[in-house]
Design a binder for this molecule. Structure first.
Ligand code: ADP
Ligand code: ZN
Ligand code: ZN
Length: 799
């Protein structure tokens, strides 16, 4: 028997199936989707079995050395999905397979140099290698490759490869019954009136099935370890190592929540979804529903129906919305049927959640992007909340968009895919308008609350009238009013594109990173300036490096600065600050939110983190300090992102009984994305933005592909990009537009020069083939490490 294997070497030359002989002992056992360890050149590496066959074109096959799994970790469906991803995103097959598994499962190969068969005691390395060998890198820091190779040839040294699992499942010593409940009852009878404590324990196992830890058993029955042990020694009970899941929500009880009675509007929206579930027909729905319109309740009830059918559900939520509040809504409806996957979990915890899915111990998974690969085998629905979020696109290989994967899996399982958003992406809304997706609208809030009134403050006017503070007079007055009325405020500071740079007031010089073409960010805590791209740090200068003036200061506003200013102008206000600095420690995110939720603070101040998902009844004011911060980024989605962000943030106010107000401060108040967000007019924004996209040839009118080239030498980067550009111009259809070579908007990062080429097209059947050719052509230079080439067939990050 032969196994066709994809090996774990992400390179062009190895991106194909390799044949290996299956040792007889494993013939019955090896199945597609299992991980194996195989000899590859001089090494042993991990691979995925893709198929099992009876013959091979090659003779003299090497044998598989080790089988890593007892059951396949990837189903047939996921293997196929992997190859589809490979095709669609132009990545290596092994990257596509790996992205579907938790990181903890990645093998870690350590290489150790050990003594060979004939010991050469005279060799200079003899003592170094003694005592179980020395790490490969350590050896090579003292001796050359050539010396090592010679010694290996002479059988004096060997290299040992250890494939290590990074995280082993945690286990706990537990107790189960050897006997059936009936047998236990009989044994108990026999004991008569003796050993009552032991009988009590036996009764426990009559009433309960499965294993229980010593601790829990001792606690529940108020008994001792030795009493339990005595039953073990009688072979009535037995000890067993049971896998312990590191469940982050363990030990918390969730109040069960019953389905709410849907409003007429919700009823209209849910019925086509239920219909699709009923008749097992794949369809993609787009719910355009304003914040607070009851989308989540619709998700919950759709899932309920799916579970009744014995099927499974995936719910994708953007990482930053995966708040405890959000998770609680799912856990309290579906209890232990829910697994949660998000980046706050440790590798081990993620691994545990994944295995619950794999073993079919749960039926619902709520998670960020990669949860779309949950290894369910009977999917009944996939839901993507906040479908417009950029974080659904992965910005490293494989560069996939979760929406595409969801739809692919939905087709496979003939189940609905539900996209939901208050501000759908232009792409999705355009597809829904054309009938590719089915548009469902929920344009009123459940509780009939009006959308909050939004006022835009022109910060240029404030400056002209002499207000140099970061708070406009209007925002200040409203903040003060809230404090008096004991209502709460959310203050939002958009950090992106608005960080604290250091500038000379005399000559305008801005301190930039010496390795990247980007300004350094000031960090107050240790008084240094840091590059957010490469981590380079410098001391804050006392003089301008350009003109030697001493008037060098930091500009821009961080959350810390805002907090300081708040304590100055409103000393009585209690402020909770939420940003990367205050939420670094595990659980701190939740703690801060609880503090605010319990009314222990008046103002919640934060970044992107607080823009969505939060739902506090007492919040009646939302302030946005820099509404236009993102508007000037070199990205064709800048207006769309601004509109989305402002809409999301405004949605935080007045969700309950008290009416809400929003103040947006801006230096470009007349921009349509700001005005239309203030009017809560998605339709108007969509129409207006579509005109711009059409005019400049961007999605959804054109598809894009982006090629990024980087090299330490500027001329090389330009040269390669130039070659790629002209190759594409020659080989693509005349209707397509090939732009480049141009320098990226950050032209240098970590001392590497960055150039790019962009393709705009409507139909281009040969595109992927031609892009593959480019990858092949440069593969040697790439594997030697000098050249970096990334191809993105659905670019989101334009910088
Ligand atoms: P969205 O997800 O669109 O922001 P939610 O589903 O969170 O909206 O609903 C907003 C609020 O309204 C929540 O507090 C929710 O519990 C409540 N809600 C939703 N549907 C109903 C309903 N049918 N009856 C009563 N309350 C509802
Ligand atoms: Zn840098
Ligand atoms: Zn200067």
């Amino acid at each position: 028997m032969i196994a066709k294997v994809i090996v774990d070497v992400p390179a062009n030359q190895t991106d194909r199936l390799f044949d290996y002989a299956i040792p007889e002992a494993w013939e019955e056992m090896i199945e597609p989707g299992m991980r194996v360890v195989v000899p590859f050149g001089p090494r042993k590496i991990q691979g995925f079995v893709i198929a099992v066959a009876t013959d091979s074109e090659h003779d003299k096959l090497k044998e598989i050395s080790e089988v890593k799994d007892v059951t396949p970790v990837l189903t047939k469906e996921l293997l196929d999905l992997g190859f589809w991803l490979t095709e669609k995103t132009l990545c290596y097959a092994v990257s596509a397979l790996q992205v579907m598994l938790p990181a903890a499962m990645k093998a870690n190969v350590t290489k150790t140099v050990v003594h060979g068969n004939c010991q050469n005691e005279a060799a200079t390395w003899h003592r170094m290698v003694a005592n179980g060998g020395v790490k490969w890198d350590d050896f090579l820091s003292h001796f050359s490759h050539k010396e090592l190779n010679r010694a290996i040839k002479n059988d004096e040294l060997e290299v040992r490869y250890d494939v290590k699992e990074k995280t082993a499942p945690k286990t706990m010593l537990s107790i189960t019954s050897v006997l059936t409940p009936e047998e236990l009852s009989v044994e108990k009878e026999k004991m008569g009136s003796r050993a009552l404590k032991q009988q009590e324990i036996m009764q426990y196992f009559v009433d309960h099935t499965g294993a229980v830890s010593y601790k829990e058993l001792m606690g529940t029955l108020d008994t001792t370890r030795s009493t339990i042990k005595s039953l073990v020694s009688k072979s009535i009970l037995k000890e067993e190592e049971v896998e312990l899941y590191r469940d982050p929500y363990k030990g918390r009880s969730f109040k069960t929540s019953a389905p709410l009675e849907l409003t007429d509007l919700q009823q209209q929206v849910i019925s086509p979804i239920l219909e699709s579930i009923e008749i097992e027909k794949h369809e993609t729905f787009l719910i355009h529903g304003v914040t607070g319109s009851g989308k989540t309740e619709i998700y919950l009830q759709s899932i309920h129906r799916v579970l009744e059918q014995g099927k499974e559900a995936i719910v994708l939520v953007p990482e930053i919305s995966l708040t405890p509040q959000m998770v609680t809504r799912f856990k309290s409806r579906f209890g232990s049927e829910v697994a949660v996957l998000h980046s706050g979990l440790s590798r081990g915890e993620k691994y545990d959640e994944w295995r619950k899915i794999h073993r079919k111990e749960v039926k619902v998974v709520v998670g960020a992007r990669s949860a779309v690969f949950a290894p369910f085998t009977n999917l009944g629905i996939i839901i993507i909340d906040e479908e417009h979020e950029g974080s659904y696109k992965q910005e490293e290989n494989p560069r996939y968009h979760a929406r595409d994967v969801a739809i692919k899996r939905g087709e496979q399982y003939r189940c609905p895919v539900v996209l939901g958003s208050a501000t759908p992406s232009l792409e999705s809304y355009a597809r829904a308008s054309k009938g590719v997706y089915k548009l469902l609208e929920l344009l009123k809030r459940v509780n009939k609350q009006e959308m909050p009134s939004v006022s835009i403050v022109d910060m240029r006017e404030e400056l002209r009238s002499g207000n140099r503070s970061m708070f406009s007079n209007e925002l200040y007055d409203k903040l003060k009013e809230r404090l008096e009325k004991k209502e709460q405020t959310v203050l939002f500071l958009n950090r992106r594109g608005y960080s604290t740079f250091v500038m000379c007031r005399d000559c305008g010089f801005v301190v930039e990173c010496s390795h990247c073409d980007i300004s350094l960010t000031y960090h107050k805590i240790n008084g240094t300036m840091r590059c957010h791209y490469c981590g380079h740090e410098e001391k804050f200068p006392t003089k301008c490096p350009e003109c030697e003036s001493e008037h060098i200061r930091f500009f821009g506003t961080g959350t810390q600065r805002v907090e300081e200013e708040l304590t100055k102008i409103l000393p009585e206000a209690r402020v909770v600050r939420m940003d990367v600095d205050t939420t670094r420690r595990k659980g701190s995110h939740e703690k801060l939110l609880n503090q605010f939720g319990e009314g222990k603070a008046d103002i919640l101040l934060g970044t992107q983190m607080i823009a969505k998902g939060l739902d506090f009844p007492n919040v009646t004011l939302v302030g946005v300090l820099a509404g236009d911060a993102m508007l000037h980024l070199p990205d064709f989605r800048a207006s769309e992102k601004t509109f989305q962000l402002l809409t999301q943030v405004s949605g935080r106010a007045g969700r309950h009984l008290l009416p809400g107000e929003v103040v947006v401060q801006s230096y470009t108040p007349e921009h349509y994305s700001i005005e239309m967000a203030a009017d809560h007019d998605y339709q108007a924004f969509y129409q207006r933005e579509m005109v711009t996209r059409k005019q400049f040839g961007y999605p959804p009118f054109y598809f894009l592909a982006m090629i990024n080239v980087s090299h330490e030498e500027l001329t090389k980067a330009v040269d390669v990009t130039e070659k790629i550009t002209s190759f594409l111009k020659e080989n693509l259809s005349p209707a397509s537009v090939v732009l480049g070579p141009v320098a990226s908007s950050i032209p240098r990062i970590k001392d590497r020069y960055r150039y790019q080429c962009m393709i705009k097209y409507k139909v281009e059947p040969k595109l992927h083939e031609k892009l593959r050719e480019i990858q092949k052509h440069f593969s040697k230079e790439i594997s030697r490490g000098g050249l970096q080439l990334t191809i993105d067939t659905q670019p989101y990050m334009m910088m």
